[in-house]
Design a protein around this ligand. Structure first.
Ligand code: PHE
Length: 498
């Protein structure tokens, strides 16, 4: 059996005393890299060998140089391409080999060929009967490893003609080190209790730690882009002093989703075409009774200075369960709680970021479910100016400074504003959200004091996520076609706080 390469090197050093790794590679007929690898493992065992770097310059043929060795120099090829009767220079350029132009001028200066201008058009003819292709002969020497026999001048000339190139190889010159031995003792990798108690540790050799070794990447879960962006939004709300609302109920009653928000029962959004109603259980039964009566009253007859809608409000409609169509249903529950908490109303700032569902036609940017980001502030004497100011502050933290507002309609806010922002990347104004001041018909039945106003706004989480991650189709972000690699390798989200 062949001894291990490390031992062959050591045994060689024992007799030879010194060796260059390049010579060892030739001697053992091994790749030089393998010899160097073996040297590294010898070095890991201690001071067995000395190693100093040596650089070797060597001449080698380029591809073109190899072609010359095989077929002849450019000038020889041109010479060979000239027939006895001569040839027009243009034709010679076509038949005289790959570098006929260079070959032509070299052959001219060697005096091998001439241009006969006594005929028209002029013809190139051979001037001598035979030639010696010195370039090829010299390159052949290089090919045979006898490049050192080449005169320096020719060598420089061939390099300039890109027939030869110099390569630099690094090797190690090895000698015997202080701890030289011809075999490698196995290195210990663990220090055990036995080694310590027996004292054996003192005589053993330990493998050095490799602090450069890369650890195996730990397997772990990955956050979906929507969750990463949600984290950033949450951070902004927290920075602004908002607390998070409990959104852990996808199923909601029509009462909290619509009626509490002063949305009339015949409103088109309450149609099965727009809303997913739930069959099992199809109805909710527990509502704060007095509040429910006040909601019924304000819808059917008005109150609090309002004429109401003037229709026959039905409990059965309010009882219908659905998948919440907006997180404003959660805001309604929270505001009712705020009005009825022990000690009475106190100013509050709430936010939520969670899923909502709409029975919509699906396309590249819409799904039947998405996430809403919602902010709500309840305080004495809030105005539309507070809403606008808050929106500027909120969007500034998202890196958005240019806002515009457009009057809009929501059953539960008055006034209502759509929020537009200028997106420098897309170079246009895009709609980013909806907002408003909650109506007295919504707030007063809850029991909030008359001088308390509530401002609120909502936006989708998907839209900024798609813009931030450069995703054009919602199906690349949500659903069965999502590329898990995208999730795994997607960068963390950092919004450009201004
Ligand atoms: N609920 C609204 C929507 O679904 C958003 C909104 C929230 C509007 C709060 C005004 C106030 O788009």
């Amino acid at each position: 059996m062949h001894p291990d390469l490390t031992e062959r090197i050591l045994q060689h050093l024992e007799t030879a005393g010194q060796a260059d790794t390049l010579d060892l590679a030739a001697l053992f007929a091994e790749d030089h890299q393998k010899i160097v690898g073996a040297l590294k493992s010898i070095q890991a065992h201690g001071d067995l060998v000395t190693a100093t770097v040596a650089t070797h310059k060597s001449l080698g043929l380029t591809d073109e140089g190899r072609a010359v060795v095989e077929h002849g120099s450019h000038e020889a090829l041109v010479y060979a391409a000239i027939p006895a009767e001569g040839i027009a220079q243009a034709s010679l350029m076509a038949t005289g080999g790959p570098n006929a132009k260079v070959g032509f001028s070299k052959a001219m200066s060697h005096g091998w060929i001439l241009v006969d201008k006594s005929v028209s058009p002029p013809l190139v003819r051979r001037k001598v009967d035979s030639i010696v292709d010195g370039v090829r002969d010299q390159l052949l020497l290089v090919a045979q490893g006898k490049g050192d026999q080449l005169p320096a001048k020719d060598c420089a000339d061939f390099k300039k003609r890109k027939l030869l190139q110099e390569t630099v190889t690094k090797s190690f010159v090895l000698g015997r080190g202080a701890e030289f031995a011809t075999t490698l003792t196995k290195l210990e990798t663990d220090l055990t209790m036995d080694m310590l108690s027996s004292g054996l540790w003192d005589t053993l050799k330990f493998k050095a730690y490799n602090f450069d070794a890369l650890g195996a990447p730990p397997t772990r879960g990955h956050l979906h882009p929507l969750l990463k962006v949600r984290t950033e939004f949450r951070q902004i709300f927290l920075e602004m002093g908002f607390s998070e609302m409990p959104t852990n109920n996808y199923v909601e009653s029509s009462f909290w989703n619509f009626d509490a928000l002063y949305q009339p029962q015949q409103h088109p959004a309450r149609d099965a075409h727009d809303t997913f109603f739930v069959n099992h259980p199809s109805r909710s039964h527990k509502f704060p009774q007095e509040y429910l009566e006040r909601v019924k009253e304000v819808h059917s007859h008005g109150g609090y200075g309002s004429k109401g809608y003037g229709y026959d409000w039905k409990l059965e409609e309010a009882q219908k369960n659905l998948l919440r169509t907006h997180t404003t249903a959660v805001s309604a529950r929270m505001l009712y709680k705020l009005a009825n908490q022990e000690g009475g109303f106190k100013p509050a700032k709430y936010f939520s970021i969670d899923k909502v569902f709409r029975n919509e036609t699906l396309d590249a940017t819409h799904l039947a479910e998405f996430h809403q980001v919602e902010g709500v502030i309840a305080d004495v004497g809030l105005t539309l100016g507070d809403l606008i100011g808050t929106l500027y502050e909120f969007f500034r933290k998202l890196g958005i400074t240019q806002l515009e507002f457009k009057p809009a309609y929501n059953p539960y806010t008055e006034p209502s504003m759509e929020i537009f922002c200028y997106h420098p990347g897309l170079a246009k104004w895009i709609e980013v959200g909806n907002s408003g001041v909650f109506r007295p018909e919504m707030l007063l039945p809850m029991g909030l004091p008359e001088n308390v106003n509530v401002i609120a706004w909502g936006l989708s989480l998907e839209r900024p996520t798609m813009i931030k991650y450069g995703i054009n189709n919602i199906r690349d972000l949500v659903g069965p076609k999502v590329d898990l690699k995208m999730v795994e390798e997607g960068p963390i989200c950092r919004l450009d706080h201004v």
